[in-house]
Design a protein around this ligand. Structure first.
Ligand SMILES: C[S@@+](CC[C@H](N)C(=O)[O-])C[C@H]1O[C@@H](n2cnc3c(N)ncnc32)[C@H](O)[C@@H]1O
Length: 219
């Protein structure tokens, strides 16, 4: 996989149209997205960047909760952007989209230009170097004191959760997903400069445990 290729939302391009339905049916989406929202604690006037925003479900939730934030949704896939734009119009919220990889410089947010960054269900799909470069970019985008909230498959401590996670591994590939399962995320956060990494919650789902992490770029 070269630096500008990516795995589509559900592993295969032809499945993108059913992404929202699958995530809703198989990940207890409302539970973990609400935890992300609470951990992000958005405030009016803030700039929030969603890296690998996909079909925009999290961004729409954030904007409905706090209409006064500027939400920048970044994803390399133009197909999910179209779905996200349609959903945002239907929900009556305004989201700024950028079609770009998660480690790219953004046209509309400079270094230290974001108050918060979020990234959900993206890193498990990415090779190890891409996981790191996305987290480095999150660190670069955040202002000092800014916060990062991640939601993704991490360690799967029980046999039941390891078995459940096999479905994700078969869909998105064993190589990228295995790093997450072996606990790479907290170490990568540290490597990229984040401090005070905290597990907010681990949500058991039929596709494995989804972990919510919060970390800070210290002043
Ligand atoms: C499983 S979907 C998650 C979408 C969304 N964040 C959510 O919570 O539903 C993964 C998304 O990450 C995007 N993606 C894959 N590789 C990426 C990368 N290197 N940088 C940014 N986005 C990437 C895909 O295009 C896809 O939309």
């Amino acid at each position: 996989m070269n630096k500008s290729t990516y795995i589509p939302a559900l592993g295969r391009r032809e499945w993108t149209g059913i992404y929202d339905w699958v995530i809703s049916a198989m990940t207890r989406e409302r539970v973990w997205r609400s935890l992300v929202l609470t951990a992000l604690h958005p405030r009016t006037g803030e700039v929030i960047v969603d890296l690998g925003a996909g079909t925009g479900s999290l961004g729409i939730m954030i904007k409905k909760h706090t209409p006064g934030v500027r939400l920048v949704a970044v994803d390399p896939d133009p197909e999910v952007r179209l779905i996200g734009e349609r959903k945002a119009r239907a929900a009556g919220v305004e989201i700024d989209y950028e079609t770009a990889m998660g480690d790219a410089q953004l046209a509309s947010v400079g270094a230290a230009g974001a108050d918060a960054v979020t990234c959900s269900l993206v890193l498990h799909q990415c090779p190890l170097e891409a996981k790191q470069s996305i987290l480095e970019n999150a660190f670069r985008l955040l202002r000092p004191g800014g916060r990062l909230v991640l939601a993704d498959y991490g360690e799967q401590p029980t046999a039941l959760m390891r078995t459940a996670f096999l479905l994700v591994q078969m869909t998105d590939g064993f190589e990228p997903t295995e790093h997450n399962r072996r606990g790479a995320i907290p170490q990568l956060l540290l490597t990229c400069g984040f401090k005070r990494t905290k597990i907010i919650e681990r949500v058991p789902t039929v596709t494995g445990l989804i972990t919510i992490w919060r970390a800070t770029k210290e002043i």
